[in-house]
Design a protein around this ligand. Structure first.
Ligand SMILES: O=C(O)CCC(=O)C(=O)O
Ligand SMILES: [Fe+2]
Length: 200
């Protein structure tokens, strides 16, 4: 039997989706820069060259023991921005705020724009990269499509110098993107948070 050729599966759609989500990312980044009184292209320029874009298709099967099994453990994203296309049929994504978990509501055809750790670090803590997790469901399976927008692996992440002064001392140390991504995998396995390893 010949193997089916999947090399073109979804390619055009995914490529267009990636470009459109990038437009959303740029719009959000422009407004975040304005909020901090920075040049409107400040954050957009961070994604100008050798950007890493990942599309992750998550499939969470239904689970007989949802109280004991996570779909995805608590973590924050190592990205600049993450855009999540959330399942319209079943919730599961939860965000943590002040130690309490809140379920992200289902809004038909809505995309969830999530701030990543890079924005928390660059804004010197002004923006927060939320800790989030996915819980499982006993009856229903769940799908999500997550677009991760990250910087050039060789580029350094550190607080924007204009946002650091005597009143607002630097709260995060400098780290290369590729080293930070490595840290994310290490801490995820341990159940700790990568952002805590760069806090001063
Ligand atoms: O499945 C979701 O809704 C979110 C997934 C997520 O947080 C991730 O893939 O990093
Ligand atoms: Fe995530």
């Amino acid at each position: 039997m010949t193997k089916p050729d999947h090399s073109y599966f979804c390619r055009d759609i995914l490529s267009e989706y990636t470009a459109r989500c990038r437009e959303i990312t740029n719009l959000v980044l422009k407004n975040l820069a304005k909020l901090l009184s920075l040049d409107k292209d400040y954050f957009i320029n961070m994604l100008a060259e050798n950007t890493i874009t990942h599309a992750r298709f998550n499939y969470y099967p239904h689970c007989p023991n949802p109280d004991q099994v996570f779909g995805l453990k608590p973590h924050s994203d190592a990205t600049v921005i993450t855009i999540v296309f959330v399942d319209d049929n079943i919730s599961g994504l939860q965000l943590q705020k002040n130690g309490v978990w809140y379920s992200v509501p289902i809004i038909l055809n809505a995309l969830l724009v999530n701030m990543g750790d890079v924005m928390e670090i660059m804004s010197n803590g002004f923006f927060k990269s939320p800790v989030h997790r996915v819980v499982t469901n006993a009856e229903k399976e769940r799908l999500s499509l997550v677009m991760f927008y990250a910087m050039d692996p060789e580029r350094e992440i550190e607080p924007v110098p204009e946002l650091v002064d005597e009143k607002n001392p630097r709260r995060y140390r400098k780290i290369k993107t590729k080293d930070y991504i490595a840290e994310i995998f290490k801490t995820f396995a341990k159940g700790t948070l990568a952002i805590d390893t760069v806090k001063i």
